[in-house]
Design a protein. Structure first.
Length: 183
């Protein structure tokens, strides 16, 4: 499944994703320092989608890391949340042939907005906090705006760390660059 020449790249990509997943715990560990939804999850999904050559792995690895971190954090498995994060992986796949600062920003913002729209709409119908009406949907979206803002800011900052970090590693260690680039 993974060519021998790409094993180092695979290990580095997985390590970056696992480290990024740890940011999910930061608001719980130090709530006075970290905003809710200010994590690297969206950024790691776009990153995985754009950097893994194998598209199955691009989807499977972030979801596996999410599932493990959910177990660690005591979160339940929410299919809508996972599906929404998979859409963010797809946003990364769309830019995989040409990852520029602009394409990464567009993919990240698009993914965050899709995540926000899908999860907040589903949240209206999963609980009784909001009436099951247009007013309830609007109330859910309005209440979620601070979380969307935090997600976009987190994705921007962590996206710079992930994409920039890999760029610098590839410059220092050319064997980490994708095989199609090195030839």
């Amino acid at each position: 499944m993974i060519k021998q020449e790409n094993i180092y790249r695979f290990v580095v990509l997985c390590a970056l994703i696992v480290l990024a997943a740890y940011t999910r715990a930061l608001p719980r560990i130090a709530p006075q320092l970290f905003l809710w939804n200010f994590t690297a999850v969206g950024a790691l999904c776009v990153f995985a989608g754009s950097k893994f050559e194998n598209k199955f792995l691009a989807m499977a690895i972030p979801m596996a890391v999410m599932a493990l971190s959910d177990l660690f954090l005591g979160n339940g498995f929410d299919l809508i949340v996972y599906a929404s994060f998979l859409l963010m992986v797809v946003c990364g796949m769309v830019i995989s042939k040409r990852t520029t600062i602009t394409s990464i920003a567009i993919a990240s913002i698009t993914g965050a907005v899709l995540f926000f729209l899908i999860t907040n709409l589903s949240y209206v119908y999963q609980n009784t906090w909001y009436p099951h009406s247009l007013q309830g949907v609007i109330a859910s979206y309005v209440a979620g705006l601070p979380f969307l803002r935090n997600m976009i800011i987190g994705d921007a900052i962590y996206g710079i760390v992930l994409f920039g970090g890999l760029y610098l590693l590839e410059k220092k260690f050319p064997q980490l660059a994708p095989a199609r680039v090195r030839r």
